[in-house]
Each structure stands twice: as C-alpha cells, then as structure tokens.
Design a protein around this ligand. Structure first.
Ligand SMILES: Cc1ncc(COP(=O)(O)O)c(C=O)c1O
Length: 453
C-alpha cells in the first residue's frame, strides 16, 4: 500500500509560532484612532484585550514561544495529518500531486481552536472571567466555547442571524461546551438595536456581530473580547498549521509549488502560508493563492484603504482591502467568508503582489466539495471547499500542460454541521451571487479617510 498520510509525532510539534512581522517587505501600516487619525497605542486596546495578546499584536520578534499549557491542549488533536489526495488526483487524471493539511480533526472541526486556546489562556492568566465574541458559520464560536470551557471561563457568542437559522447544530455544539449563543443583530446591545430599527429582518453580518461583542465587553469589568481572525495575534497562533505542513513536506522530501487556502478574515490562509514566506523571499518560486467568494470579493474587488473592522465603527481603523464596513454580503452558505475586510498582514502581501487572490461562486465550489467528498471521503466545510475548487482547477491546468506540480491546500474544516447547504446544492436551490457591484459601491461611499487609497 502506498502511504498517503504524513504524520508527525507529538514531540515534533512546533514549539514557537512564526511571526511574519519580522520578514515583511515593508512595515505594516499601524491601526489608527478614528477620532484623531493617529496610530493607536497598546492602552487603546487594553479595555478589550489582555496585555499578553496586545504584546503579540505589535511584536516584531520572528519566533514567539508557545507556553507548555497551550502545547498540552494542542496535543488533544495536534499534530494534524498531511494527506495526499491520491483518489482525487486519479479522478482528475492529473499528473499533479495534491496534498491537504487536515485541520478538520480538531474537537471543534476546524483550525479555529489553534487560536481559541491561546486566547483563552492569555485572558485567564490576567484574571478575565468572561469572553465575548462573534461567529459566522459557528466554527469560531464553537472553538472559543471549547477553549473557555477548558479554562473555566464564560463565553458569550453573538452568532450572525442567517447562520443561526441555517446551522442549529453549531449552536448546540457551543452550548454543549458551555457557550451562551444569541442571534445577531440582537436587542441586547445598542449596536444590535440600531440595526434592527433600520431593518428588523436583517440577516446579520460578521461586522454587526463584532460590534455587539465589542460593546458587551467594553461595558463589563470582568469581560474581554476575542476575535477569531483578522488581527496579527490570531494569524500568529495559526502558524502552527504551516509550520507542521513544512515539517511534513520535508519528511517526504517534497517542495510545494502552489499553496492554497480560503479567506474569510484570513487566519487559516495566513497560518498555513506565512511559514513558507522565508523560502519565497530566498527565491523559491512558490505561489500563494487566496480564495474568496464572488458574493464577498474583499481581496479581488475591495480598495486597499483604512476602514473600521465592524459595522458600528467601534474598532480602530485598519489598513486593509475592504468592501466597506456597511457592506452586508448575500447569505451564502460559507458563512465564515462573509466579512467586509481581511487581515491587514494578508492585505499588505496581496497589495505587494506576493499573494494572488481569486474569487469563485458557490455552485462551482459545491461541485468541488462533492468531488472531494466522493473521492477522499471527508465532507468539507463550504468555506474550505473554496480552496478545494481552486486546487482542482490548478490540477486540471496541470493535466492540460502535463506538469507534475505539487499543490497543497489547507483543509480548514469539515462540513458535518453544514449538511443543509449540501441539501440545498443537491436539490439545485443554491444561488450564485455574482459580484454585488451596486451594493459595494453604495457601501464604499461610507469609507473613512478614503483619500488614503
Ligand atoms: C472552516 C472554516 N474555514 C475558513 C474560515 C474563514 O476564516 P479565516 O479566513 O479566518 O480562516 C472559517 C470561518 O469561520 C471556517 O469556519
């Protein structure tokens, strides 16, 4: 039998996270205070984040040690396997070799616990009793509920309403780990009430849910806020994924040609790809492909400029590709990819031409998910299926050009709680939302400091 799974032993797990801030081609534009337009200092973030995470946010150190307590929890499911998708290759009749890093084996079913655990850990260390957060598909909310539970903390999750309705099992998963879940927009916060007053049927968005969670945390002494993507420290924690992948490829003496990941806020993509940047910088011809939905084409259509991270304008201004903080994407099934902005670190590298971005509509994404499920077995999350679509497209190009490229993608999560979306696809009810040009134009009118473009 040919081996298709490359495993690491637990004692081969990375002992430090990789911080790309030490290797950027230019400095990252700092977050700005929206009132003054001046860079914010750590004190501005301290009402909502613990100092341990604020330090990581700004750190320029290349390596940041992973505390023992976090490593021991990572050991519940890490290292995760790197798998060769042999049967998918055969179905595609491609000479390309396709590998995927399987992050779906975590307790919550995705890459999200890689940062939920350290975030709960650093908050607990500073005496925080309760964390608030937003969730789209429910993946992040379940990961944080899991993390908070392990550290004996409360977890309040604002879940985007359209996902709350589409994915009741994710809510149950969060509640099983002790999380409290409320559909957003809710009537519990000023931000939620303001949206409901304008549109009582609002499907919600990550931007709105973030506003609610931040407001809740800012109003309570015992509470801080936790973000599942976008910020530097979140991307940092996710680099365990890419560091393990690198070690696994080295074990079998394979060099990747193309690395692929889907992008919502950018954390799984960055965690998977960033550890390969030093090699790219040293001249290796690796391509990085970031995949997003056409319904929410942040990297491919959004201008690169300062914008708020949330709808109610409570966050600092971040320099990023953005569709405008008021943009509410159509209710596609990849709920975790419905975010108007993306990680500033990722956006800088897209802007510099080091990362390529592509957008795909949801029907071809589900066709790719079906082919993957029917050849490799595991049912992908709709978010993950965006990466699979492009991995398949690249493998088909290799068939045509007869090139034996090595394609590696991040399998960011399974779709066991997304079966309603598979049902919609199988019964031909899935709508493809092309680029919602008018809605985006409208929302870009509200950008602050647009002159910075
Ligand atoms: C399985 C899965 N993949 C990808 C994402 C997108 O998030 P990010 O871009 O931060 O990795 C999500 C977000 O919820 C997710 O649940």
């Amino acid at each position: 039998m040919e081996e298709t799974r490359i495993d690491l032993r637990q004692n081969e797990m990375p002992r430090a996270w990789y911080n790309i801030q030490a290797d950027l081609p230019k400095p990252l534009p700092p977050p700005l205070n929206p009132a003054t337009g001046k860079p914010i200092g750590p004190e501005a973030l301290s009402p909502i984040f613990p100092m341990g995470l604020i330090e990581q946010e700004a750190s320029q150190e290349r390596w940041i040690n992973i505390p023992e307590e976090i490593l021991s929890i990572y050991g519940l499911w890490r290292p995760t396997p790197l798998c060769r998708a042999k049967r998918l290759e055969e179905a595609l009749k491609t000479p390309a070799r396709i590998y995927y890093k399987n992050e779906s084996v975590s307790p919550a079913g995705s890459h999200k616990p890689n940062t939920a655990i350290p975030q709960a850990y650093y908050n607990k260390k500073e005496g925080v009793k309760r964390l608030t957060t937003e969730t789209g598909a429910g993946q992040w909310g379940s990961a944080l509920s899991f993390g908070c539970n392990l550290f004996g903390m409360e977890c309040q999750v604002y879940m985007v309403k359209v996902s709350y309705q589409q994915k009741p099992y994710r809510r149950m998963l969060m509640e099983t780990w002790g999380g409290k879940v409320i559909p957003s927009p809710s009537s519990q916060t000023d931000a939620g009430r303001a949206i409901l007053a304008q549109d009582p049927n609002s499907p919600g968005s990550l931007g709105i849910a973030i506003s609610e969670a931040v407001e809740d945390a800012a109003k309570r002494e015992d509470t801080k806020y936790s973000l599942g993507s976008v910020l530097n420290h979140v991307l940092l924690h996710q680099t365990v994924v890419g560091l393990e992948t690198k070690a696994q490829l080295q074990k079998i003496g394979v060099q990747p040609d193309i690395l692929i990941g889907c992008v919502g806020g950018g954390s799984n993509f960055a965690g998977f790809c960033f550890p390969f940047f030093p090699e790219k910088k040293a001249g290796k011809p690796i391509r990085f492909l970031a995949v997003e939905p056409t319904a929410c084409p942040t990297l491919t259509k959004g201008p690169y400029c300062y914008d708020f991270g949330d709808t109610a304008q409570m966050t600092p201004l971040l320099m990023m590709h953005t569709l405008g903080h008021n943009f509410i994407p159509p209710g596609i099934h990849a709920g975790g990819l419905r975010y108007h902005g993306a990680a500033p670190l990722l956006c800088l590298l897209v802007k510099e031409g080091l990362i390529e971005a592509v957008a795909v509509p949801q029907n071809p994404v589900f066709e790719a998910a079906m082919l993957f499920a029917r050849t490799e077995g595991t049912i992908p999350a709709p978010e993950t299926a965006h990466a699979i679509r492009i991995a398949i497209d690249e493998a088909i190009k290799c068939r045509e050009s007869k090139e034996e490229k090595v394609i590696v993608f991040n399998f960011s999560g399974h779709g066991h709680f997304d079966l309603a979306s598979y049902d919609a696809f199988l019964s031909k009810k899935l709508e493809d939302y092309e680029y919602p040009e008018e809605k985006i134009k409208e929302s870009l009118k509200d950008l602050p400091l647009l002159a910075a473009r």
